[in-house]
Design a protein around this ligand. Structure first.
Ligand code: M6R
Length: 607
């Protein structure tokens, strides 16, 4: 949700912090702030709006310091005002804090401190932490933080400076935080991508852990203040991956990366027509036979990736699958036990609901596996068993390339399990493995139609809303297409299994409500055509995502985006790029802020 950056070292800190905040902006962008320590005094600037506004204010004011911390906010407690922006400073000007998360008992702490005469100046939960620290701090930062972490409840990544100490303190429970050290400089950030230009060896903070960062190094403690050693994790991303290059938006860059991403995702996992995940997964044939039920658990796009894959799995194996959104899974009494394989999918590996669902499944004795794009993320560390989607950093708030990487990994996983169970026919393995290897080139073909897709998107950018229709394997990609459009263009879009329309939603159709119909060349083609006819009879314009060579579709609509032909099970791989580009160009036509859509943040680390 919010983004944090901290720096202590030999250089003037404001530029490093502002650059770091800009890299975090996709996590939150309603207000931003920075604080530095300058000759034992806290100096801070906060502003509503983007990091660039903050940078202007910092330049105007000539803010300089020895070390500092910064924050870009996604409001939870308290409106979007300068006063609620972080950092927050204690009344006695001795302590300054930035925070990501939610302090659940903030009201209680505030009441208690107000009774003791402490004044509050913002509506935020964070202020309860900084005023509490100000109240208990007696010159020993570690002791003050031990007291604080014993007093607050909820989720927090807190970064703290004490005006009289040349050090930065961090503590974490439930919200991501990463620490790094290079030469004579120490860093902390919400997201490891912000540290890549300084170091590739980082420490991911664990829950109930705090650290002291100085130019000389980093020390780690538990919440009782006891020191412990901690291993670094090596990051295989590079700093260039976090640049937009010549693309106008990260989303467009990331859409275009998909052929390469898919190639990397297949690399080492498919060879000579065979799937092999044995170097990544510990399971034997005996182990997988125990998995009588499979639970896929995720949120948003990751959830739609699981829905897509679960249907593909059905085509080659006998799986008892269920796909659940994590925010429901964690609160329902869904039976899971030692015979259940729970697969958690999360691009960021930090989504609070998915993480809590994983903890629940583990506590029930289920076998757990995570599919994530971020090696070393919280869910990766907690679950252990993992398949990494090597998509590289995804910065656009709307997930694109990671969807493709997720469905690739998930399909390989299903084939691998089916193979271990003895269910995957050798000819099916060879046929799908070779078709998967051909998909990256087909994705590149689709990208060549970008201008045609842009043209169609412009034509429909003023519609009242959209329906996305697909049947069986095309229904989950329809959901993903509708989500993309909602997120970045703010247009109402709904996805339905096409056959369900006549049970109610068809009442909404008219000439101002176009239908995007996913109609690959498979055994549902004729039935989907009937649904297209039903829509046209209500005067809805139809945009079809069809397979190359399908001339018949032109009798129904001239707005057709063709995908290359593939194996019937694999059309979802090809349907999604046209939908991503369609959403992108509708949003662009409508002048929306594509990489940072309103109200959204890239990773949702609070409930
Ligand atoms: O990082 P995760 O995959 O766990 O995130 C899940 C969702 O928050 C995410 O997919 C969200 O729906 C995206 N904005 C979709 O574009």
């Amino acid at each position: 949700m919010c983004g944090i950056m901290g720096y202590i070292g030999g250089q003037e800190p404001t530029k490093i912090i502002l650059d770091g905040l800009a890299k975090h902006e996709y996590r939150g962008y309603d207000s931003a702030g920075i604080a530095v320590i300058n000759h034992g005094k806290i100096e801070e600037i906060r502003t509503v709006g983007r990091v660039k506004n903050l940078a202007e204010r910092v330049a105007e004011a000539g803010l300089r310091g020895e070390f500092g911390i910064g924050h870009t906010r996604w409001a939870t407690h308290g409106g979007v005002t300068e006063n609620n922006a972080h950092p927050h400073v204690s009344n006695d000007n001795r302590v300054v804090v930035v925070h990501n998360g939610i302090i659940e008992n903030a009201r209680e702490i505030r009441d208690e401190l107000e009774d003791k005469g402490v004044c509050f100046h913002s509506e935020t939960d964070t202020e309860s932490a900084v005023q509490y620290l100000g109240y208990v701090y007696d010159g020993n930062p570690k002791e003050a933080i031990v007291k604080l972490t014993g007093r607050i409840r909820g989720a927090f990544a807190l970064v703290i400076m004490f005006a009289d100490k040349k050090e930065i303190w961090v503590c974490r429970k439930g919200s991501p935080l990463v620490v790094g050290h290079a030469g004579n400089a120490g860093f902390c950030a919400s997201d490891a991508t912000a540290l890549l230009e300084f170091t590739h060896d980082v420490w991911f903070m664990d829950d109930d852990e705090m650290a002291r960062i100085t130019p000389a190094g980093c020390e780690f403690f538990d919440f009782a203040g006891r020191p412990h050693a901690k291993e670094t994790m090596h990051l295989d991303w590079n700093a260039a991956m976090t640049n937009r290059g010549s693309y106008p938006h990260f989303m467009l860059k990331e859409i275009h990366e998909q052929p390469d991403v898919m190639t990397h995702t297949l690399l080492g996992r498919v060879a000579s027509g065979k799937i092999d995940l044995s170097s990544e997964l510990p399971w034997t044939a005996e182990d997988v036979k125990k998995f009588r039920k499979i639970h896929f658990v995720a949120c948003g796009t990751s959830h739609y990736a699981t829905m897509t894959a679960a249907q593909i799995w059905e085509t080659f194996g006998s799986f008892e699958n269920r796909c659940e959104v994590a925010s429901e899974y964690r609160y329902r009494n869904i039976p899971a036990d030692e015979s259940t394989l729970c697969i958690f999918v999360s691009q960021s590996g930090e989504t609070a609901d998915t993480l809590h669902a994983a903890r629940l499944a583990k506590s029930k004795g289920a076998e757990c596996l995570v599919i994530t794009n971020v090696r070393g993320s919280t869910i990766h560390r907690e679950v252990g068993n993992a398949l990494i989607t090597p998509a590289g950093p995804e910065i656009g708030v709307a997930a694109t390339k990671t969807f493709t990487a997720q469905i690739t990994v998930l399909v390989l996983l299903g084939m691998y399990i089916a193979k271990l169970k003895g269910e995957l026919l050798p000819e099916t393995e060879t046929r799908l493995a070779s078709a998967l290897m051909d998909i990256p080139a087909k994705l590149a073909e689709i990208l060549k139609q970008e201008h045609d897709i842009e043209h169609i998107a412009r034509e429909f950018a003023d519609a009242r809303g959209f329906f996305f229709l697909g049947r069986t394997l095309s229904y989950p990609p329809a959901l993903e297409g509708a989500l993309k459009l909602k997120e970045i263009s703010y247009m109402h879009a709904e996805a339905y299994p096409a056959g369900e329309m006549k049970h109610g939603p068809i009442a909404l159709l008219d000439k101002e409500l176009p239908v995007v119909a996913l109609i690959p060349k498979n055994d549902m083609w004729e039935k989907t055509i009937s649904n297209i006819e039903e829509s046209m009879a209500r005067k809805s314009p139809v945009i079809a995502i069809a397979a190359e060579g399908d001339q018949a579709i032109l009798q129904y609509t001239r707005s057709v985006i063709y995908t290359p032909v593939t194996e019937p099970e694999l059309y979802p791989f090809l349907q999604v790029i046209p939908l991503q580009l369609f959403a992108y160009y509708v949003a662009r036509q409508r002048g929306c802020d594509i990489d940072m859509p309103r109200n959204l943040a890239k990773s949702v680390t609070v409930e």
